[in-house]
Design a protein around this ligand. Structure first.
Ligand SMILES: [Zn+2]
Length: 169
């Protein structure tokens, strides 16, 4: 593997629901996928990742979306794919066609099959065992004291600085 091609991760809802955000800032999804995240814990994790620029929500280019629709109409998968799925695939196609090294994180078999046709790499949360690759830990920026995740106060008990979170592997 060459070191010079950074991996661009494209996250399906299953990745976001399981809290999978790789330890890199190159994580992307489409708006329609982010709307599928309904449970509070996953939503908080997603917002946290967006606020710290670990996750970016982008729209695929129109021409890639059209090309994707054409590809799935030929493969016969269009009825099994939602608009969120199609846009996620279009984003993968968009990045892939611009020469980026793309890995799609998805547990959806129809998405995986379409990615196989496109020769784009994917990983499954369930079968590749990549759940919980990282965790958040609370700590104080002032005195660096670490706090358990269930610490319920906003401020450090020692120095009064606001508690922030950092990512750990
Ligand atoms: Zn402190």
């Amino acid at each position: 593997m060459k070191e010079n091609s950074e991996v661009y991760y494209i996250l399906d809802a299953s990745g976001l629901i399981n809290g999978f955000i790789p330890f890199t800032k190159l994580n992307f999804t489409v708006p329609e996928i982010s709307y599928e995240i309904k449970d509070l814990k996953s939503k908080l994790a997603m917002n946290e990742a967006m606020n710290s620029y670990y996750l970016t929500i982008v729209e695929p280019r129109e021409k890639c979306l059209n090309k994707m629709k054409h590809i799935i109409s030929k493969s016969g998968d269009e009825l099994r794919l939602s608009i969120a799925d199609i846009k996620l695939l279009s984003l993968a196609l968009d990045f892939h066609s611009s020469g980026k090294n793309v890995v799609v994180i998805t547990d959806d078999y129809t998405i995986q099959n379409t990615l196989k046709i496109l020769n784009i790499t994917f990983k499954s949360i369930l079968t590749d065992g990549i759940v919980n690759i990282y965790n958040w830990r609370k700590f104080c920026r002032g005195c660096m004291k670490e706090y358990p995740n269930d610490y319920s106060f906003d401020e450090c008990e020692i120095c009064g600085t606001k508690i922030t979170k950092k990512r750990i592997k």
